[in-house]
Structure formats: structure tokens, C-alpha cells
Design a protein. Structure first.
Length: 381
């Protein structure tokens, strides 16, 4: 890839612009009320639609799936069916402490609460109502506290709330597919592998990690088709794989789905053009590296302290050093958990959630948004 700081020009990582999507984007910019387009704005006399109520879930089971990872099975407390989902979807969970975190669903979307829904599993993934959700969480002692809370306090019987499943990493079921997982990054890819096997696609999956005991779901993966699954550990190969080594497993013209740590993703991006693969879809573990950043200042209230934000750090990271209780979740500008109010200053909004009206009213997501060099943003937490 020529420039890893910018996303590929289209969804599939092709080196050319997609004419249809360029037109669609321009149309949306003009006509979508969510984007502040001048036409088709919402009638102010029409009430806003009610948001979907949060899901009430109970931990039905818990089991270790790797040396430092546990799987939780989440069910409706009354035993009823849950909203359907597609491979690549995630849950936004609210933990007992109030922390909100996103976790990929790693079960099978065709596991239905009603046997009649799954009479034809190959044709029912878009309508089955599952009896339970499955997620897996790796313990990160130096993380933001969510994984430690789950490992230390969440047990069968614990009640949790969640947003309905959302999907920002959709599986398109191309005829040839390579799935690349780094450690716990296998969670969204496991349902994709099941889907690929169910539909008879030409698929391969490479799961990498430090050692064999750190690879979750190895038995489930091998049970799908051992000839298509490659488990690759650093301790047996003298270190992490290169992007070229990972992509060498790709069938000719394959679409690549990659989920893992930032170095793995960067290596795959760099090696993509020279590989047999033709497209790349990816999901990050956490925040992307700051690009084109300038140093600026964020001030806590009109009379509060000014905090220096370096060019290579986010305002959220700096704010949390002063206010550790500041909530956050995705760190990628789409969940809205870390929203603060901008009282003064000109922000460079880089999020994918806020509408122009919300930004004009003072909403700011400090996980990704920045300011020009030397600018001071005054915020209210």
C-alpha cells in the first residue's frame, strides 16, 4: 500500500476509485438529513423515532477458551429469543461498573431459539433468532479495566445490558476468502469461517498468537475443516509472521478479512499488492494511530487547567490522565461514549457518528477529533 495513513479508496481496497460509490456518497451528502443535506430534512413537527430498548442479558455460562481468555454465553433472562445478527457483528455491553465495551459475537448466527427458524441452516442466517450470544474476552491487565472486570467479577448469573448487535465488519461471502486472525481477533472471524464452510466457499483461515495455549477456539476451527485452518505461533517460528507469509495462504483473487493488533494489520496492508489476494477488509482491536496530527491544548472548563495534546496522542488519552473516570469504549469515533461538550475553540472533527447539527451544538468526540497547531479547545466533561 502506498500510504498506510489513509483508508483504501473503496470498500474492497482496490487502487481505483469506485464510480458508483462516489456518486452514492455525493447523493448522500446532499440529500441525507443525517448528514445535514439541504433537501429531505426531517419535518420538525414529526416526533423522533424511539431508540430500540437496551437488551437485558444474563450470563448463562462462562468457560476458559485460552490461557488468558474467557467466553461468556449471554441469554435473555426469561429464556426468550434474541435479535438476529450476521458474522462480523458486535455487542456494546454495559458492565456492572458502568463501563461500556464492544465485543465481537463469536457464536453461530444460525443457532436459533426456535427449531423451525433453522430448518435450512444454509438459508436462515438472516432471520434466525438466536437463543444466546457468545463473546470472548482476553484479559488485558494494562488496558482500560473492562477486560479485568469481566475476568474478575462477571460470573454466571451476572446481569448485563447491551445494545442490539451492530455490524461494521460485514462478511460479504466472496467465492474465495482468506481469514487472518491475531489472538483474540479470531472472535469475528470464527462465524465467518462457519458461514464460508456452510456455503461451500473456497476459504482459508490463519490464526496467529504467541503460543498454542493463547489461541482461542482452536478445536472449533479444526472441527470445521482441518485442511483449511492453519495455526501459527510465534514461539515455534521465531517471532510474528510477515504480511507476505500470511497472505501466501490466500487463494487467487481472494478477499482477505483481517482482525488483530496494529502491527499485524499494517504488515498485511503493506504486502497486499504483491499477494494473490484482491481485496482487504479489516477490523482494529482499538484506536488507529494518529495521522496528520498537530500539537494543541485542551482546557477543562473556562478556568480549568490546560492540557497539552502531543501530535501523536489523542485528546481522550490526555483527558483521561487528568480525569480517569471519563468514559470511553471504541476509541475510533463511532460509539459516542466519550462525548464531551465543546465550549470554545475550533475542532477538527474526525468521528463517524456526529451530525453537523450535533457538532454545531458543541458535541465533540475526543478519541479521534483534534485541533490545529496551537489551538485551544475548551471542553466540559
Amino acid at each position: 500500500m502506498d500510504d498506510l495513513r489513509t483508508p483504501p479508496p473503496d470498500l474492497y481496497g482496490r487502487p481505483r476509485a469506485d464510480t458508483f460509490f462516489r456518486f452514492l456518497t455525493a447523493f448522500g451528502d446532499r440529500y441525507s438529513p443525517a448528514l445535514g443535506g439541504p433537501l429531505l430534512r426531517r419535518n420538525p413537527r414529526r416526533p423522533l423515532g424511539r431508540p430500540a430498548p437496551a437488551l437485558q442479558l444474563v450470563v448463562a455460562a462462562r468457560r476458559a477458551v485460552a490461557a488468558d481468555a474467557v467466553e461468556l454465553t449471554l441469554a435473555d433472562p426469561s429464556g426468550g429469543p434474541l435479535p438476529p445478527w450476521q458474522p462480523g457483528a458486535h455487542l456494546r455491553l454495559t458492565l456492572p461498573s458502568g463501563r461500556e465495551r464492544h465485543y465481537s459475537l463469536c457464536g453461530d448466527p444460525t443457532d436459533s431459539a426456535d427449531p423451525a427458524d433453522s430448518a435450512d441452516p444454509a438459508d436462515s442466517a438472516d432471520r434466525a433468532n438466536p437463543a444466546a450470544y457468545r463473546i470472548a474476552v482476553r484479559r488485558l491487565p494494562d488496558g482500560g479495566g473492562g477486560s479485568v472486570e469481566i475476568h474478575d467479577t462477571v460470573r454466571p448469573g451476572t446481569r448485563l445490558t447491551a445494545r442490539r448487535p451492530r455490524n461494521g465488519f460485514a462478511f460479504c461471502a466472496e467465492p474465495a476468502v482468506l481469514l487472518l486472525a491475531g489472538g483474540i481477533g479470531v472472535t469475528p472471524l470464527l462465524p465467518m469461517a462457519r458461514e464460508a464452510q456452510r456455503h461451500g466457499l473456497d476459504w482459508r483461515l490463519v490464526h496467529t498468537g504467541r503460543s498454542a495455549d493463547t489461541l482461542p477456539f482452536a478445536d472449533e476451527l479444526r472441527a470445521l475443516d482441518p485442511a483449511r485452518v492453519h495455526l501459527r505461533t510465534d514461539d515455534e517460528h521465531g517471532g510474528p509472521p510477515t504480511g507476505a507469509e500470511l497472505l501466501a495462504h490466500a487463494p487467487r483473487g481472494a478477499a482477505v478479512y483481517c482482525c488483530g493488533p496494529a502491527p499485524m494489520l499494517a504488515a498485511v496492508q503493506r504486502a497486499l499488492d504483491a499477494s494473490p489476494a484482491s481485496a482487504l477488509h479489516f477490523e482494529r482491536f482499538g484506536a488507529a494511530p494518529v495521522t496528520d496530527g498537530e500539537p494543541f491544548t485542551v482546557r477543562l472548563g473556562a478556568d480549568g487547567p490546560g492540557l497539552a495534546v502531543p501530535a501523536d496522542r489523542s485528546a481522550l488519552d490526555v483527558l483521561r490522565e487528568a480525569r480517569p473516570e471519563l468514559a470511553y469504549s471504541c476509541r475510533q469515533g463511532f460509539c459516542g461514549t466519550c462525548e464531551v461538550r465543546l465550549l470554545a475553540g475550533t475542532a477538527d472533527h474526525r468521528d463517524r457518528r456526529l451530525t453537523p447539527e450535533q457538532r454545531a451544538a458543541g458535541a465533540l468526540l475526543p478519541c479521534v477529533s483534534r485541533a490545529a497547531a496551537g489551538e485551544t479547545l475548551v471542553v466540559d466533561l
